[in-house]
Design a protein around this ligand. Structure first.
Ligand code: ASP
Ligand code: MG
Length: 453
């Protein structure tokens, strides 16, 4: 079987849903489990109306409920007619009435609990999957809707509930597997779960990818497909590098390195269940289903070794250097420095040390003044803003010193000054810091060197 996850923009309206149905039905022989997000923007709308209902009062919140009713009834109207339209719209109305009652009671009580917030957040996925399932049936597919809450068992930590893997495995094989074996296409909701006792939960914003990985791992999927609105993971940021290309294949480790740079890759934590089970995860574009996308695989199944997979960068970096002659031959110096960052819950990204100094980078200004105050008790500090971190990622880097040399030769040829280098921590990346103003030319030079046209 395979898991096919569709994000919000892939199911945003009737046209998008028709397209998704086509993609799923083309893959029917692979026994798909479809995991869908809410229609684009709906989760945000639900959370906003829930949060505003205690204060903004019930009229305002109820008006927003009606807007959502209209939006989903309209999709139904575009997809169906006659008897089916009547049935689907009545089901939408029943759900929206339920939502309206919930909102009313929150407005009356003047209090919103996280538990109610999760129940409300869940309406988006419940509506989108209802529409999608009816549409596929109308297209002749033998499909069935399974409530994610019946399978995806979680803790009761509302809004960020923790999936309970054993219970999920058990329920998925008991509830979903037999349907797939019988040849049915199963549709379920991303993002949603329920406690053992059946109280609705959610597993965190953007959680549908995580749901897909959890279902895929529980059912030992051949492949987990994440359908989005980009062609896959790119060799670099296409807004800076117009000829950035789609990476055909990369490893989970490479994806994890790139995630920090916001390279539109899946968050590594969300695909962890797939990594554990060695299930390839493929990122695909639902608007261009014929493009092969990017497949993310474990190291073991990684094919031809290349030098470099991707070049990513992050802007607005602050570089801090702490110098102290007391550091020489001393123990505990680094521990003291990092304790200060930890106490302020500040994450440090790149570090480099010498005998008497330590350079590190942070990516936000939050709490910095307080941190500097404390750091001065440890040594002299120097702070430079508006730096940029570059990260050249590739499994091939660990076996090929020449690829590393090529990075710095390229920077040298373009006279791009580098202020900090970190090599080797993960073996598959070279990270260095350049001036913020050099971002574009650094990216262009490296991309040209590693991915010539
Ligand atoms: N609809 C949920 C959200 O917007 C989950 C998802 O789309 O992944 O956070
Ligand atoms: Mg999403």
């Amino acid at each position: 079987m395979i898991v096919m996850k569709f994000g919000g923009t892939s199911v945003e309206d009737a046209k998008a849903m028709r397209n998704v149905a086509g993609i799923v039905m083309t893959n029917a022989v692979r026994r798909p489990l479809v995991v869908a997000s809410a229609c684009a923007g709906v989760t945000n709308a639900l959370l906003t109306l829930a949060r505003s209902s205690p204060e903004a009062g019930r009229e305002h919140a109820l008006a927003q409920v009606e807007e959502l009713r209209v939006r989903h009834r309209k999709i139904a109207h575009d997809l169906f007619s006659g008897e089916v339209l009547f049935t689907v719209q009545s089901q939408i109305d029943a759900m929206m009435d339920e939502l309206r009652d919930l909102v009313k009671s929150i407005a009356i009580l003047g209090e919103l609990t996280e538990r109610s917030l999760d129940t409300i957040a869940g309406f988006g996925e419940r509506l989108s999957t209802l529409l999608l399932c009816h549409h596929m049936k109308q297209q002749g597919a033998d499909c069935v809707l399974v409530s994610a809450g019946d399978v995806l068992v979680t803790s009761a930590e509302y809004t960020r509930a923790v999936p309970l893997r054993e219970a999920i495995d058990e329920r998925a094989s008991r509830i979903i597997a037999p349907l797939l074996e019988a040849g049915q296409i199963v549709i379920t909701q991303g993002f949603l779960g329920a406690t053992e006792a059946g109280v609705p939960t959610t597993i965190g914003r953007g959680g549908s990818d995580y749901s897909a990985a959890l279902f895929g791992a529980a059912l030992n999927a051949e492949e987990i497909q994440i359908w989005t609105d980009v062609d896959g993971v790119m060799t670099s940021d296409p807004s800076v590098i117009p000829n950035a290309k789609v990476i055909e294949e990369m490893t989970f480790r490479e994806a994890a390195e790139l995630a920090y740079f916001g390279a539109k890759v899946l968050h590594p934590a969300t695909i962890q269940p797939a990594v554990e089970k060695n299930i390839p995860v493929r990122v695909l574009n639902s608007k261009r289903p014929d493009v092969g996308g990017t497949v993310i695989v474990s190291e073991g199944s990684f094919g031809a070794r290349r030098g470099v997979t991707s070049i990513a960068y992050k802007e607005d970096i602050t570089l801090i250097t702490i110098t102290s002659t007391r550091m020489l031959m001393m123990h505990g110096f680094l521990a003291r420095v990092f304790a200060i960052f930890a106490a302020h819950r500040k994450s440090v990204d790149v570090i480099a040390t010498s005998e008497v100094s330590l350079s590190l980078t942070v990516d936000s200004q939050e709490n910095l003044e307080a941190i500097f105050g404390e750091l001065r008790s440890v040594g002299a500090i120097e702070v430079v803003h508006d730096k940029s971190i570059f990260c050249v990622v590739g499994e091939g880097l660990k076996s090929s010193p020449s690829a590393v040399a090529k990075v710095f030769r390229t920077l040298d040829e373009h006279a791009i000054p580098v202020s900090m280098i970190s090599l080797g921590a993960s073996e598959i990346n070279v990270t260095f810091v350049v001036e913020g103003k050099d971002i574009q030319r650094t990216a262009l030079a490296l991309h040209e060197a590693f991915f010539p046209d």
